[in-house]
Design a protein around this ligand. Sequence first.
Ligand SMILES: [Zn+2]
Length: 291
Amino acid sequence: MPELPEVEVVRRGLAEHVTGRRVKSVEVLHPRSVRRQAGGAPELGERLSGRVLRAVRRRGKYLWAELGEPDGEAEAALLAHLGMSGQLLVQPGDRPDEKHLRIRLRFDDEGPELRFVDQRTFGGLTVTDVTGPDALPVPVAHIGRDPMDPAFDAEAAVGGLRRRRTGVKRALLDQTLVSGIGNIYADESLWRAKLHYERPTATLTRPEGRRLLAAASEVMGEALAAGGTSFDALYVDVNGASGYFDRALAVYGQEDRPCPRCGTPVRRAPFMNRSSYWCPVCQPRPRRRHP
Ligand SMILES: [Zn+2]
């Protein structure tokens, strides 16, 4: 799954190459890629053709293009679900089709096409209605802002974290209080903030909560800085999520390697069908509280 920095890299690339362009036609090559659209390929084509992609936006790991007239309001949204293997490519029309090309958008200006390529077909494109003052796509309306969003309210998020009755990593992954943090950046943020992933949120102090959210913002900002230049002008790619950031990871995927802060071997444990990585010295396990 791509995480926030990868999605932001895609957003920037798309913003540069498709903003302000009017869709001429839509070609759907695989029905699974439009399965979230109630009316399937015909509805997707009807709601997209003739519309302008006014802006490319992101909240957390959700990515969409606003549809409408360039000087008007957002009337709908083209929401991209990248799934496990989805890619959005901006390609010249004479470039041969990719093997796993699922959806093609052509534009009025006859310029490069937007192609949705997805080997495993867990992803797809959907046109949705928008809601609220921020014109969010309806499926995104409940998603919290991410710590890198200028309008992110860290104090409110810290308060929300401390009111939860769960473990801190679960709360980070849940996307409603804070968005954009997946397994990799959760483990890295917890390591930076010196918190164990099972720490009960109710026991977090305000300074600890602030430290954690600041760490999340930092680690994602660094990943973004590392990845922000990794795509070439016409090739917007989310495959190989966070590969560019691997060398900078302190604990994620680093089982038995020395913690960069104290040298203790990093541990791994199963967590929600995946893994958690942590340093047993920098991030001591919370003491069990007996009822
Ligand atoms: Zn350590």
